[in-house]
Design a protein around this ligand. Structure first.
Ligand code: SF4
Length: 294
């Protein structure tokens, strides 16, 4: 039989009347003056009643002191069961706890902070790890080493120089080649990581931003656009115009701003108007004023 079916809906009369007992119990566990008015009571079961008192603590708005009292069958004495502070229906509650890794927001990382990346981070996938090197006893073992050595030998013959002794083993060859190509990273961006980065950048510096909508032309034709490598180069570049709001940022090729190198033409320097007075020519004036009036 479930607990709900065994609960008595009508509170036991003696337990319901034990308000003073319940208040005394609440005041014993609460700080002085914190227990307020008797708010309500509920029947928890046969001869078990919980009394609720308002909590006057400012930080616990809507909380209630709940004191449960009980009485044994055929007994007239009501006894104390427990006292506890419980949130009411309109109680001010702390937000649900969220792990720090989910609380972190872009820009939260400060100097000296360390941000561990989970082993299962979907944004990353294994990069070159050396695991693809053939085992020493396999048919492929040493193939890379032999090939590199042969190339070096032929090259030395053609250039008439001593072949370099730089191929101690195949693993070293692959590692140095990977390092040279910039692949010597334990993990690299996964497709998911690439897509989420592209979405983020497109949101900040993409075609749908107000700046791009009002731009005279897009970044793809701008002289300040610095191309990037890799698959993202098809859609993004870096803006290098110090007067642009996107300076130093990855921008979508369809982004744009008023600083586009070709969109606005510099106005020509205004030419001065020709002089109205000719100060170079000489005017003839008579030396004698009387002669002038004769
Ligand atoms: S100056 Fe403007 S148009 Fe040119 S690359 Fe930068 S954001 Fe794009």
């Amino acid at each position: 039989m479930s607990a709900a079916t065994t609960r008595s809906r009508t509170p036991d009369r003696l337990c319901a009347e034990a308000v003073d007992l319940a208040r005394a119990a609440a005041e014993e566990v609460a700080a002085p003056g914190v227990v307020g008015e008797h708010v309500s009571l509920v029947s928890e079961g046969d001869r078990v009643v919980t009394h609720f008192f308002e909590c006057k603590e400012p930080g616990y708005r809507g909380w209630r002191w709940a004191v449960t009292v009980a009485r044994a069958s055929r007994a007239k004495v009501v006894t104390l069961d427990e006292s506890v502070l419980l949130p009411g229906p309109d109680a001010l509650l702390a937000p649900e706890w969220v792990p720090w890794s989910e609380r972190l927001r872009p820009g939260d990382l400060g100097p000296g902070d360390l941000l561990p990346t989970e082993a299962e981070d979907l944004r990353l996938e294994p990069g070159y790890s050396g695991e693809d090197v053939p085992p020493p006893n396999s048919a492929l073992a040493g193939t890379t080493h032999d090939l590199a050595e042969r190339v070096e030998q032929e090259d030395a013959e053609l250039t008439d120089r001593r072949p370099a002794d730089t191929f101690p083993n195949g693993r070293g060859d692959l590692a140095s080649l990977a390092e040279e190509l910039g692949m010597r990273r334990a993990r690299v961006l996964s497709r998911y990581g690439l897509h989420t980065a592209a979405d983020r950048w497109d949101e900040s510096f993409g075609a749908k931003t107000p700046m791009a909508q009002a731009a005279p032309a897009s970044c793809v034709t701008c002289g300040f656009l610095v191309p990037i490598a890799g698959s993202l180069s098809q859609a993004f570049g870096i803006c290098a115009n110090e007067f642009s709001p996107a300076d130093g940022h990855v921008v979508s090729l369809s982004y744009g701003c008023g600083g586009h190198s070709e969109a606005a033409v510099m106005p020509k320097t205004p030419q001065p108007a020709p002089p109205v007075l000719d100060s170079m020519a000489a005017d003839a004036f008579p030396l004698d004023e009387d002669l002038g009036h004769s």
